[in-house]
Design a protein around this ligand. Structure first.
Ligand code: ADP
Ligand code: 5GP
Length: 193
């Protein structure tokens, strides 16, 4: 069995990582989404076990102590972590794995897996980004302010990624992400291993 490929998607909050990854997972065969654990509150429409595993601060502490995370980070005001079992799936079942994680997490995964593919999603403009964050977060003004503030730092990490996708037209961005995945699967060094 060939080992699966790790595709890491990062980008500032509101750039469209969730929207893009959810769409692409449905379109590309043999590609699985890595479900992270988080201490942040569940948003309306999110499903526990599908979007995230929503856990308490104490439960997160326990998982850190027992080395259950391949990586974890504090992002905005919450903690997020990729469980070791998700990463193991590329070896045990050969699936390709799509991770939606921040740049701190991406750095940790890169140390474990240098054959991974690192993709950065950006909005067409900063104003569009603000607008998308405000619409999604609604009345939660503290979340909005924090995310807009953090987006500037996250943008600075763009240079350490292999691919950049501008998410203006959603359909075009979805096609680009799909194209990156398919092209990476065809790379000589992956096929002739
Ligand atoms: P992220 O996961 O990067 O924080 P989301 O996928 O949650 O971003 O997108 C933020 C908001 O912007 C969501 O409400 C989503 O529906 C919307 N959105 C994402 N991509 C586009 C797009 N290309 N055009 C218009 N709205 C978009
Ligand atoms: P959100 O709260 O908008 O779903 O996610 C906030 C940020 O946390 C995003 O940048 C997202 O990519 C990141 N994130 C989600 N899961 C993980 C994870 O397991 N590890 C790390 N490091 N970041 C994550």
């Amino acid at each position: 069995m060939r080992e699966g490929i790790i595709f890491v998607v990062s980008g500032p909050s509101g750039s469209g990582k969730t929207t893009l990854t959810r769409r692409v997972i449905k379109m590309v065969e043999n590609l699985s989404f890595s479900v992270s654990f988080t201490t942040r509150q569940q948003r309306p429409g999110e499903v526990d076990g599908i979007d995230y595993r929503f856990i308490s601060e104490n439960e997160f502490d326990e998982m850190v102590k027992s080395n259950r995370f391949a990586e974890w980070a504090q992002v905005h005001d919450h903690r997020y972590g990729t469980p070791v079992e998700e990463i193991d799936r590329i070896r045990t079942s050969g699936v390709d794995l799509l991770l939606d994680i921040d740049s701190q997490g991406a750095k940790s995964i890169r140390k474990r897996c240098d054959s991974g593919v690192y993709i950065f999603i950006i909005p067409p403009t900063f104003d569009v980004l603000k607008d998308r964050i405000m619409r999604r977060e609604g009345e939660r003004t503290d979340e909005v302010a924090r995310r807009i503030e953090d987006s500037i730092n996250e943008m600075e990490e763009i240079h350490s990624y292999d691919y950049i996708i501008i998410n203006d037209s959603l359909d075009e961005a979805v096609n680009k992400l799909k194209a990156v995945i398919i092209a990476e699967r065809c790379k000589r060094e992956r096929v002739l291993k």
